[in-house]
Design a protein around this ligand. Structure first.
Ligand SMILES: *Cc1c(COP(=O)(O)O)cnc(C)c1O
Length: 397
């Protein structure tokens, strides 16, 4: 691709990060090497001093990893990106780069479970304070801000209730108080939501989900906006060591090529499934950002270009009803995780959110009958037929 050509997002998915390589391969080669040979002691020393561009050691940088990083940075509209070994490696590296002892973090209470545990149980041991808030109401963020608040950490839509936070509003509050806004954009991917356009300072992803899209890689990424930030994050990542390896970077880069078509297809599928469920007599309610019944429907319209692939719904009859559906699906796969081409279904109360305990779940709106679906790219009629037959196993209440 010519450097100076301005491309639309779907074209960028196919071409971003692809350059010319020796022997002319169309796809970036996998540089499966831990270390790189120096041409001379002088050249090696110049690389270490940062005077020359080049590669030294794969924990520091690797061409296959860099190609994927450039692609994600381009799709998010950031300056550069840092590939990590998992979403949690990206999140922990981000927080350890931005926070010092004595600092305070405000975070959405609906964040991914291990993120909350990291902030509350691990960062607290290093003297970092935190306040979880229901960030769907910006007043709660404003009230939680303190003079030592350095980071406002937002995940939107949140998991599994799909609660949506107004990104521009949250960024404005963070910046007014001299804090940075970090956004976990895993649930949307840059195909549907680009947090930098709404004031975010750092964007993180679990690339395990939509970015890779094929349920065969665990990986994460940090996207930053400036060269200064890039240097700061790269240095900490190099010490913490949670980098992605070349083969996984290659797989993610391959997955990115179809990101836009996958996100459009699974969003269309999810919309039809959400409508089917909303009309089903055994379903109590459906939570989906594309339905007008979603409490933050207006905000979703403002900052998301499509509603995405995650649908949550509550079956009449609570836990037992949820279990009956889980045990009866044939095409949908009973598994946690999300964002792949295949439809996954799971039961948060007995699976991903079991460790929260019933009381905390109820407070967060995660009811006993709530079922979460990560809609894939199968034919939507097949998916609806499967859900229809699974729901027929639920006893009438
Ligand atoms: C899965 C997930 C993570 C963690 O990512 P891993 O790749 O499993 O470490 C973080 N945030 C969100 C929103 C996720 O869905």
């Amino acid at each position: 691709m010519s450097e100076n050509m301005k491309l639309n997002f779907d074209s960028k998915c196919v071409h971003a990060g692809i350059e010319d390589y020796e022997h002319g391969p169309v796809i970036p080669p996998i540089y499966q090497t831990s270390t790189f040979k120096f041409k001379s002691t002088q050249q090696g020393a110049a690389l270490f001093r940062g005077e020359k561009e080049g590669y030294i050691y794969t924990r520091m940088s690797n061409p296959t990893v860099e190609a994927m990083e450039k692609a994600v940075a381009s799709l998010e509209g950031g300056y550069r990106a840092l590939g990590c070994g998992s979403g949690m490696a990206a999140i922990s590296t981000t927080l350890l780069t931005l926070l010092n002892t004595g600092d305070h973090v405000v975070f959405s209470e609906a964040v991914y479970g291990p993120t909350a545990t990291l902030i509350v149980n691990v960062l607290s041991r290093f003297g970092i304070e935190s306040t979880p808030v229901n960030s769907t109401d910006l007043k709660n963020i404003e009230e939680a801000m303190k003079p030592n608040t350095k980071v406002v950490y937002i995940e939107t839509p949140g998991n599994p209730t799909l609660a949506i936070t107004d990104l521009s509003g949250a960024a404005e509050i963070a910046h007014k108080h001299g804090a940075l806004m970090v956004v976990d954009n895993t649930f949307m991917s840059p195909a549907l939501q680009r947090p930098f356009e709404h004031g975010a300072d750092v964007v993180v992803h679990s690339m395990t989900k939509f970015l890779n899209g094929h349920a065969d890689v665990v990986a994460g990424i940090i996207v930053v906006k400036s060269h200064e930030d890039y240097k700061k994050f790269r240095s900490v990542l190099n010490q913490l060591g949670g980098v992605i390896d070349p083969f996984n970077a290659f797989l993610v880069h391959r997955g990115l090529k179809t990101l836009d078509v996958r996100m459009q297809r699974l969003s269309d599928n999810a919309m039809k499934i959400a409508k089917f469920l909303e009309a089903h007599p055994k379903v109590k309610w459906v939570r989906y950002p594309g339905l007008e019944s979603h409490p933050q429907y207006e905000i979703a319209q403002k900052q998301q270009s499509a509603p995405g692939g995650m649908v949550s719904f509550e079956i009449k009859g609570g836990f037992a009803a949820g279990e009956a559906v889980m045990n009866s699906v044939k095409l949908c796969t009973l598994a946690v995780s999300l964002g792949g081409v295949e439809t996954l279904i799971q039961h948060p109360a007995s699976m991903t959110h079991l460790s929260m305990g019933r009381e905390a779940r109820e407070k967060a709106g995660i009811t006993e009958g709530l079922v979460r679906i990560s809609v894939g790219i199968e034919n939507v009629n097949d998916l609806i037929a499967d859900l229809e037959q699974a729901l027929s196993h639920v006893e009438e209440v």
